[in-house]
Ligand binder design. Structure first.
Ligand code: NAD
Ligand code: ZN
Ligand code: ZN
Length: 377
């Protein structure tokens, strides 16, 4: 089968590899029909987490069940499924208590919980940017799209990650009616967070980025205020002033690639300073006293210059982590079906899997108006 494989920093290649097979009785094999490229894949692309050559990437897949192991009870060949990015057993303490992203059994290498296509440290599961995917714990680690569903792949695909991640980000940070919410990063995740901030009752939502077309989209699609940090170098204090003392909640949807190079060129090369943490510094300045900073953007390294004193002395709470996706999928599917949110407006590019190298390049450089890029094997 064809699969997107990591080769070296900023180079992925579509290769012919052996198709996966059932290994455990509760596994299934899914024939992938659509799969997203995520900001999290860019951390891999930029070498933020070490990957061996030929590792298969991808954690936002959906498709048709091709084969099930003998212990799979709720699924059969031909079912249409969306696969959450977390690999989770379904019966440990964490899976039983809506914390599937820290499943005790899905990572043979220890902690944290397993993730598809995200290196040995996260369980060493081959990813979903491929023609076929092996899904362990099939009954639990999947969402079956109802048989009578009228929704196309584009409408349900992001139940694998972006929709639940965004929903969880506003839940976990306690956004409530009347709040002012600042969303750092107007990529796919940030854009979806903006939608849920409104749904949760925010009174003011402010989007921060330096990519003009993404900010324009945020304004048009989500009716938020926007601010370009390239034109506002003291962005933290500017936001503090704009919100008259800081926002109730600041949600970082950037992560470790959002660091500003020391020469202040604001390059989005990502290829740089994993040791500096500019979105966190912005957040620490833009949040009000007793406010909340939620880190949804991924951090995988030690970070110097962390403004711990600012958090402590101003009573700011810090929340973070990988979203536990599975338990939220049925309710969020209903929200999409009932048109409470439209996740499709973020899709700007769709490629065949053979074109993955170009798809990654465009998504990384944010060229050609790119927001969310999907691959359709
Ligand atoms: P993306 O790379 O497309 O978007 C990030 C955006 O941040 C870009 O538009 C970029 O221009 C902007 N940006 C860069 N530096 C900035 C800064 N200093 N301040 C404000 N904006 C800045 O990625 P995405 O797909 O939207 O994902 C966003 C983040 O969320 C990534 O770090 C990804 O790994 C993470 N993520 C986390 C989870 C989770 O469970 N916690 C799930 C999915 C994605
Ligand atoms: Zn993702
Ligand atoms: Zn578990």
């Amino acid at each position: 089968m064809k699969a997107v494989t990591f080769q070296e920093k900023q180079r992925v290649e579509v290769k012919e590899v052996e198709a996966p097979s059932i290994q455990q009785n509760d596994d299934m094999i899914v024939r992938i029909t659509a799969t997203g490229i995520c900001g999290s894949d860019l951390h891999l692309y930029h070498g933020g987490f070490p990957l061996p050559q030929d590792y298969i990437i991808g954690h936002e897949p959906m498709g048709i069940v091709e084969e099930v192991g003998p212990d799979v009870k709720t699924l059969k060949k031909g079912d249409r499924v969306v696969i959450p990015f977390n690999v989770s057993c379904g019966h440990c303490y964490y899976c039983s208590n809506h914390m599937e992203s820290q499943c005790d059994n899905s990572n043979p290498h220890g902690e944290p919980g397993g993730l598809f296509g995200y290196s040995k440290a996260n369980g060493n599961y081959p990813g979903g940017q491929a023609e076929y995917l092996r899904v362990p714990y099939a009954d639990f680690s999947s969402f079956k799209v109802p048989e009578n569903s009228e929704l196309d792949d584009e409408s349900v695909l992001f139940l694998s990650d972006v929709i639940p991640t965004a929903y969880w980000s506003v839940e976990n940070s306690g956004v409530k009616t009347g709040d002012t919410v600042i969303v750092l990063g107007a990529g796919p995740v940030g854009l979806m967070v903006q939608k849920f901030a409104w749904i949760k009752g925010a009174e003011r939502v402010i989007a921060v980025d330096h990519v003009d077309h993404r900010l324009a989209h945020a304004k048009k699609a989500n009716n938020v205020e926007t601010i370009n940090f390239k034109e506002n170098k003291e962005i933290g204090s500017k936001l503090h002033e704009l919100t008259k003392g800081g926002a109730d909640v600041v949600i970082d949807c950037v992560g470790m690639d959002g660091t500003v190079p020391p020469d202040n060129t604001f390059g989005s090369e990502g290829d740089n300073q994993y040791g500096t943490i500019s979105p966190i510094i912005t957040a620490s300045q833009a949040v009000r006293k007793f406010g909340v900073v939620q880190l949804t953007g991924v951090y995988g390294t030690e970070a110097n210059n962390f403004p711990l004193g600012d958090f402590f002395t101003r009573n700011v709470a810090l929340t973070m982590g990988q979203a536990p996706v599975i338990h939220m999928m049925p309710a969020l599917y209903k929200m999409v079906e009932n048109k409470l949110i439209d996740p499709t407006d973020i899709i700007t590019h769709s490629f065949s899997i053979s074109e993955a190298a170009e798809a990654y390049r465009i998504f990384d450089k944010k060229e050609d108006g790119s927001i969310k890029t999907i691959l359709k094997p």
